[in-house]
Design a binder for this molecule. Structure first.
Ligand code: XBP
Ligand code: MG
Length: 237
């Protein structure tokens, strides 16, 4: 029996294609204004996406391209400052309307609200980024439509660890079997599956070649099916 009570959305790559033209340029602007000769092109950024979390991604990159920086006692503070600057740039880009929702996302959110199915977010990205994207694309009331928003450093172990989904499920007060996760990446799918959730994958720009064999369904985007079909996906057990 389908007991769907909540949809739990990933953000980056799922609600919108945020990485190539949102997060990536925001990182590059932050590097430039801190005098760093770093520039993440589209291809390199694709590799760096294996590491979720902006601060984690900066640390990983420095380990590869400037390992001497890791030993500098000032490095952790630099990472914090770079990431704060990157977040400010990203929020500004999003507020300026640079990113749109992916096809079918707004329709599914509207259908879930009409059907009394609760909405939640489980993302690796920072809370300010989620708030800015929801407001810019769905209006100022949109963050309030989500019963739970789990974002960023609220759990220390980011996707593919299941912690963010477990955190969201605990706050929803629902068992995993009553919820459906919507993801775009293998890291996100692993995170949701390990938390016991069934997961619908909508493949995104950077995730075409990833392994989605554990997914309940794999689509190019949510406009391929009707919202009713998503809400009627068969349950886990
Ligand atoms: C998203 C991410 C994030 C963003 C950057 O992964 O990996 O790190 O790229 O966000 P997912 P912050 O879609 O699986 O949640 O810089 O705010 O960390
Ligand atoms: Mg994602």
């Amino acid at each position: 029996m389908n007991t769907l009570k909540a949809l739990i959305f990933d953000v980056d790559g799922t609600l919108a294609e945020t990485e190539r033209d949102g997060h990536r340029p925001a990182f590059n602007l932050a590097f430039a204004e801190h005098g760093l000769p770093w520039h993440w092109d589209e291809a390199r950024y694709g590799d760096l996406l294996d590491v979720t979390g902006g601060k984690e991604r900066i640390r990983h990159y420095a380990g590869q391209d400037a390992p001497e920086m890791l030993a500098d006692p000032a490095f952790p503070e630099l990472v914090k400052r770079l990431h704060a600057a990157k977040t400010a740039h990203y929020v500004r880009l999003v507020a300026a309307g640079r990113l749109a929702l992916r096809p079918g996302v707004a329709e599914l959110i509207a259908a879930a609200r009409r059907a009394g199915i609760r909405l939640a977010i489980a993302t690796t990205t920072s809370p300010d980024n989620v708030d800015a994207l929801l407001r810019a694309t769905l209006g100022d009331e949109a963050p309030g439509w989500f019963a739970v928003i789990g974002a960023g450093d609220i759990v220390p172990a980011k996707k593919p660890a299941p912690d963010i989904y477990r955190w969201v499920l605990a706050r929803l007060g629902l068992p995993a079997a009553d919820c459906l996760a919507i993801e775009d990446s293998e890291n996100g799918l692993k995170s949701a599956s390990t938390a016991g959730l069934r997961c619908l994958v909508t493949i995104s720009e950077y995730t075409r070649d990833q392994d989605f064999s554990e997914a309940a369904a794999v689509l190019d985007d949510l406009a391929q099916v009707s919202p009713g079909e998503v809400l009627a996906l068969p349950g886990a057990a």
